[in-house]
Design a protein around this ligand. Structure first.
Ligand code: ZN
Length: 169
């Protein structure tokens, strides 16, 4: 996941933010030295999709140069503010794999202590399009459950979601 930066300036007045120490303003982590507004750090929401057909589960090998570069991940990405989460999943799958999918169910919601990301994972089946790796993938392929590259997954959440999906049968 991309880095999440700590806010430094007030969105209301542009004043410098000061760490609050949780002592006032309802425990907000920062307050504005200009207007006194409390400032909260909201979680970031991402979506990923387990696309399954007769050949197995679709994974892509991440092209971006970050800690997950070259590792296998699920298609997915940021949810834009105001966007329906499942629709963001469908959009990301289309951008990254060329496939049109239909969401079949929610697999789970994954969050971790001190990690700003909350990941929503859906299962889906392809209903159209043509499989082709977008610029964010070095490679894209199906894995049967037995072939899944558990030691080469990009994120802990990828492994947790795949296990949850497979354990449901
Ligand atoms: Zn302010």
């Amino acid at each position: 996941m991309p880095p999440v930066f700590t806010p430094r300036f007030c969105a209301q007045c542009g004043g410098k933010l000061v760490a609050n120490g949780g002592l006032n303003s309802g425990g907000a982590p920062f307050y504005c030295s200009g207007c006194g507004s409390p400032v909260y750090e909201d979680p970031k929401v991402a979506v990923a999709v387990i696309v399954e057909n007769g050949d197995g589960l679709l994974l892509l090998r991440r092209a971006q140069h970050d800690q997950a570069h070259g590792k296998w991940i699920l298609p997915g990405g940021h949810v834009d503010r105001g966007e329906v989460v499942a629709r963001a999943g469908v959009r990301e799958v289309a951008e990254e794999t060329g496939l049109e999918v239909e969401i079949s169910r929610l697999v789970g919601v994954y969050s971790y202590q001190d990690n700003p990301w909350v990941l929503v994972v859906y299962a889906a089946r392809p209903v159209g399009g043509e499989l082709s790796a977008g610029p964010e993938a070095l490679e894209i392929r199906h894995f049967t459950p037995e072939e899944l590259p558990w030691d080469e997954l990009g994120y802990l959440s990828t492994a947790h979601a795949l296990k949850d999906h497979l354990s449901r049968g």
